[in-house]
Design a protein around this ligand. Sequence first.
Ligand code: PRX
Length: 650
Amino acid sequence: MNVQIDHSLEEIRRFRPSPEFAAQAVAGPELAEAASADRLAFWADQARSLLTWSTPFTRTLDWSNPPFAKWFDDGELNVAANCLDRHVEAGNGDRVALYFEGEPGDSRAITYAELTAEVKRAANVLIGLGVKPGDRVAVYLPLIPEAVIAMLAIARVGAIHSVVFGGFSADSLASRIDDAEASVVITADGGYRKGKVFPLKPTVDEAVAKSAGSVGHVLVVRRGENEVDWVEGRDHWWHELAAEASDEHEAPAFNAEHPLFILYTSGTTGKPKGILHTSGGYLTQAAFTHRNVFDLHPERDVYWCTADVGWITGHSYVVYGPLANGATQVIYEGTPDTPHPGRWWEIIEKYGVTIFYTAPTAIRSFMKAGRQIPQSFNLRTLRVLGSVGEPINPEAWIWYRHVIGGGSIPVVDTWWQTETGAIMISALPGITDLKPGSAQVPVPGISIDVLTDEGDPVDGTSGGLLTVTEPWPSMLRGIWGDPERFQETYWAKFGDRYFAGDGARRDEDGDIWLLGRVDDVMNVSGHRLSTAEIESSLVAHPLTAEAAVVGASDETTGQAVVAFVILKDRQVSAASDTEATSQELRAHVAKEIGAIARPRQVFIVNELPKTRSGKIMRRLLRDLAEGREVGDTTTLADTSIMEIISAQVR
Ligand code: PRX
């Protein structure tokens, strides 16, 4: 088997679904047939069969004012009731919704009936704090049940959540609070990470102090039991207010286009974009893809997606998709290697996980640690494996299928984005012949094309730009507060076709291969980072005069942040110890933005490669960072610069 794995990069292999799998699969060929016969009727059918509407819709899509789409817009529903109450009413109240596994080893099983009651209580708490439909509530929590409960409670009362990943800094949190003018922040005292409590409440205190003053209340979940400061009147313990709140709450119906959440993601400029998603279309596509891409059988599957709710994957495939489908799922608070490197596999064994969804970067780090770790656990309950966040290299795909999946179960590589809201390209496990390394085919009802820079179809199998050619139910509805940036970023290039920012090509069979970002967005461990945002953080440091950041390929994390920094003249002597200076700058970025943005390397240099018009040529810096021979330098203002920089980097 090793020999095969070593050669898998050059080989294009296919794995046909087994007849047994195909026979029981929820998605058959009729899905794609129905979607290609009448795309809009297909989505209307999905919306009716997967969701419960308080007021049925009669209009499917309004695309009269592109790029502003409206889906099912004369219908009404409550998103949280679709994820909770209706399952209880259907007699599934005793089914476990969440198996929570805390990092220290504590665990809780929460049924749909219990989760519904908790969300109703939390909804009453929010109402008590004055939260009204359309208000923004920021969520800054570890991955504990209260994160899911908070999101659903916010949705239930018609407010808009803005979940901020718990690893982001006070500055990042403050700018997100300000951009959305959040009136309430929900946080915890702290959470567990790598065997220790990491405090969250102090970061919220700092962020609220820095912010412009929209926050009236901070709701604090007790988790880490660490000491926290308290602002009387502003701060409230979640457990105290929840204990006093009623668990009766009638879910009001909201329009299908009522905003559901804002989620910030990095773009090509320094300022993160608040991606806005609405209710009916989003939930339809999240539920549809979750059911069909993962072959969900809610009455018997145990599903686990390892994403944090701070990312879109956590929104669509931890909260909304699985719960709308009445699935039983695992959520795990901590890191994969705490307290031992087999923690994830132990969790799969403990709960009998059947469907597992994670990122290539995690798979590659497990590959490095060796197969004997997963092989010492019983993983035979697994029957579907998923991948998301970046291209999965064929070698990692094969390892995932063999070592984790026992060699015979489907691996689906799912391409999508914060902006697309739900999966757009993926194999369907009972139908598609799997091809390691390719995300494969648009899901039924989605129209994808690969275009040249000029907007023409590419020739044959050459590379081009990935576009979505028709509106889709879970598409972003805009960038919060910035309709111009929305138009400019995604629609200016190809008119009413959505430009994703990714390069792609189609092979002879029509399967799609993703080729990475074509803009200044990096992908580190499946997380999106903007070169401009990290550069502006670096130049905000008193030592720095100029900075250029590139994403260099990295064996484990996909890409890694590598920075080239010119120090201010008067600081050069103060910073004579370059090693210490680069450590300081790395720590500075981690503090300013969050640990995920910490550069792998900061090189102190005297020059940056620039064109005659002063534009930094990052391509050349990437060559250096990746240890390659430096490419064409003829457009540089001074062609000798790269030699000087190379010498300094070495
Ligand atoms: O470049 C693509 C990459 O991740 C970007 C979206 O990042 P984000 O909005 O943070 O969402 C990540 C989780 C959906 C895309 O533009 N990407 C995501 N999934 C894949 C991928 N690249 C290749 N293959 C994938 N399966």
